[in-house]
Write a protein of this length. Structure first.
Ligand SMILES: NC(=O)C[C@H](N)C(=O)O
Length: 487
C-alpha cells in the first residue's frame, strides 16, 4: 500500500495542496466525524493551523524538509505536550498542563509535524477497550457498535477513521498493536530502549514503549526512523543505532525463517487462525521458510505481566496525591484525609483495582510468592525468545485471539479481559519489537491482525517482512473506513 505520509508530503512539495488546506481538511472532518467515534479528547485546531502556516512558509522558501513535515497527526493523551492539557484520560489529571515536552514530541516538532489534538485512551493506559477513559471510549470506525481497542484506542480510531495520518501511542502490554489490529492498521511496538520515554506518563516503566500507529508499513517505518533516537533524558534509551528501517523495506525475504510457536495459537478464534494460515501461504509464495517449535513458557506470560505491571503501577501512581498538581478533593480536614479522598475520587475503578493488586503483590509476606516469582519467570521468558531466535528470523503470531469487542464487553469480567492480552504481553516482558498488520476480516467485516516479532533492535527486519506481505496481499486486507478525509 502506498505510504500516506510520502503521498501527502509529495502533494505539498509539488504545491498541489498547501499544508494549511490539508490541515483544514482534517479539522473540518474532525468537526463532522469525531462525535461519531470519540477519538479526540482535546483537539488543538488553532495550534495546528499555526504549525501549518509555518510549514507553508518553509516550503515557499525552498527549505529542505523531512517527509513528516506538515503531516497532520495525533498523540495519545499520556504523551506530555507543553502547555497542552495532558490528562491520561483520568479525572485525577484533568486540568494538568505539562511544563515540558516529551522527547518524541520535541523531535516531531523539529520535523514540523502538525498536531491535530490529543487522543483518547484507557485511563493511565490500563485496559484493552479504551472504555476505562474518563471521557468514555473511542469507537471502531469500521463498526460503531464495537470498541477501537486499547489502551491507545483514540489514536487507532483517529487514524482508522481518517482523522489523522498517523499517531503515536504507547504499548505496555499490547496498547499499540491491539487497537491497530482492531481498526485495520499497522501498529509498531519498538524494542525497549529504541524510543525515548521522557515525558511519557508512566504506567509500568519496565514495559512502556512509545510507537506509531499508521495506515501502512512504510509510514510506520518513517515515523519509527524519526523517533528512535538516543536521549540523555531517558537512561533506558539508546535509540536505533543501526540502519533506518525505511531503507530495508524492499529487501527480498527469500530464505528468511518465520517461526511459528503453537502456544500462540491456543484458544484463538477459527477465523483469526484461518486468516493467519492464509498469510503463511503468502509468505511461502515469497520464498520464506516456515519453522515450527514449542514455547511452553509462554503460558506464564499473562500472570507475569499482570503481577509486574500492577506492581510498577502501584509505585508510579503514588505521585498523584492532590498536593502538587491535578485534582484535589474540595472537602477534607487533614492531609491524610485529603490524599485518601483525592485518590478515591480521582481514580477510576480499573486503576484502583491495579493499584490494590500491585500493592498486594509487593507487600511483606506476598513479595516472594508473587513479585519475586514473576521476576524469575520473566527471565525464563527472555531466554525462551533467545532460544527461538536461534531457529528463526521472526516469529509470526496472532495479535489478538479475536476481533474488536462489542461495546461493554470488558466491563463484565476483568480477568476475562486480561486474558485477551495473551498474544501481546510476551514481547513486552522480553523487551522485544513487534509489528501488528492487518491480514483479513471476520464474517462481520471487522479487521483481523497478525504480529511479526523480532529480536532486539530488529525493527528493519520485521518491517521488511511486514512490507513484503502488505505488497503481496494487496489492499484487500487493508481496510479504509468510510469517514474522515478521503485521500
Ligand atoms: N497498556 C497496555 O498495553 C494494555 C494492557 N491491556 C493493559 O491493560 O495493561
Amino acid at each position: 500500500m502506498e505510504s500516506q505520509i510520502k503521498k501527502l508530503s509529495g502533494l505539498m512539495q509539488s504545491r498541489q495542496i498547501s499544508c494549511q488546506e490539508l490541515t483544514q481538511n482534517y479539522l473540518d472532518a474532525m468537526e463532522r466525524d469525531n462525535k461519531k467515534i470519540n477519538a479526540y479528547v482535546n483537539p488543538t485546531a488553532e495550534l495546528a493551523m499555526e504549525a501549518a502556516k509555518a510549514v507553508d512558509k518553509k516550503i515557499a522558501s525552498g527549505e529542505e524538509l523531512s517527509p513528516l513535515a506538515g503531516i497532520p497527526m495525533t498523540l495519545k493523551d499520556n504523551i506530555s505536550t507543553k502547555g497542552i492539557e495532558t490528562t491520561c484520560c483520568s479525572n485525577i489529571l484533568k486540568g494538568y498542563y505539562p511544563i515540558y515536552n516529551a522527547t518524541v514530541w520535541e523531535i516531531l516538532q523539529q520535523q514540523n509535524a502538525v498536531l491535530l489534538g490529543k487522543t483518547n485512551m484507557d485511563e493511565f493506559a490500563m485496559g484493552s477497550s479504551c472504555e476505562t477513559s474518563c471521557f468514555g471510549g473511542a469507537l471502531n470506525p469500521h463498526d460503531l457498535s464495537h470498541v477501537a481497542g486499547g489502551s491507545s484506542g483514540g489514536v487507532a480510531s483517529a487514524v482508522g477513521g481518517n482523522l489523522a495520518v498517523y499517531g503515536l501511542g504507547s504499548d505496555t502490554g499490547g496498547s499499540i498493536r491491539q487497537p491497530a489490529s482492531f481498526c485495520g492498521l499497522v501498529g509498531l511496538k519498538p524494542t525497549y530502549g529504541a524510543v525515548s520515554r521522557y515525558g511519557l506518563i508512566a504506567y509500568a516503566s519496565s514495559f512502556d514503549q512509545i510507537g506509531p500507529i499508521t495506515a501502512t508499513v512504510e509510514d510506520a517505518a518513517l515515523v519509527y526512523d524519526a523517533i528512535s533516537r538516543y536521549d540523555e533524558k531517558d537512561s533506558t534509551c539508546r535509540g536505533n543505532t543501526g540502519k533506518p528501517a525505511s531503507e530495508s523495506l524492499n529487501n527480498s525475504i527469500k530464505g528468511k525463517k518465520i517461526g511459528i510457536a503453537k502456544e500462540y495459537f491456543d484458544g484463538i478464534r477459527d477465523d483469526v487462525n484461518d486468516a493467519i494460515q492464509n498469510a503463511i501461504k503468502v509468505y511461502e509464495s515469497l520464498g520464506a521458510q516456515i519453522v515450527y517449535f514449542d514455547m511452553p513458557s509462554l503460558k506464564y506470560s499473562l500472570p507475569v505481566y499482570y503481577i509486574l505491571a500492577c506492581a510498577e503501577a502501584s509505585s508510579n501512581l503514588g505521585r498523584y496525591d492532590g498536593i502538587r498538581y491535578g485534582y484535589r478533593t474540595p472537602h477534607y480536614s487533614d492531609r491524610n484525609e485529603m490524599i485518601c479522598k483525592t485518590r478515591s475520587e480521582g481514580f477510576g475503578k480499573e486503576v484502583k483495582r491495579r493499584i490494590l493488586l500491585g500493592t498486594y503483590v509487593l507487600s511483606a509476606g506476598y513479595y516472594d510468592a508473587y513479585y519475586k516469582k514473576a521476576q524469575n519467570l520473566r527471565g525464563t521468558l527472555v531466554k525462551a525468545f533467545q532460544d527461538a531466535f536461534q531457529k528463526c528470523d521472526v516469529i509470526l503470531a496472532p495479535t489478538v485471539p479475536m476481533t474488536a469487542f462489542p461495546l461493554n464487553f470488558t466491563a463484565q469480567d476483568a480477568v476475562e479481559t486480561y486474558q485477551t492480552d495473551i498474544c501481546t504481553v510476551p514481547v513486552n516482558i522480553a523487551g522485544l519489537p513487534a509489528v501488528s498488520i492487518p491480514c483479513g476480516f471476520d464474517g462481520t467485516g471487522l479487521p483481523i491482525g497478525m504480529q511479526l516479532i523480532g529480536n532486539s533492535f530488529s525493527e528493519p527486519t520485521i518491517l521488511n517482512m511486514a512490507h513484503q506481505y502488505e505488497s503481496a496481499a494487496g489492499n484487500s486486507v487493508f481496510p479504509r473506513a468510510d469517514m474522515g478525509v478521503k485521500l
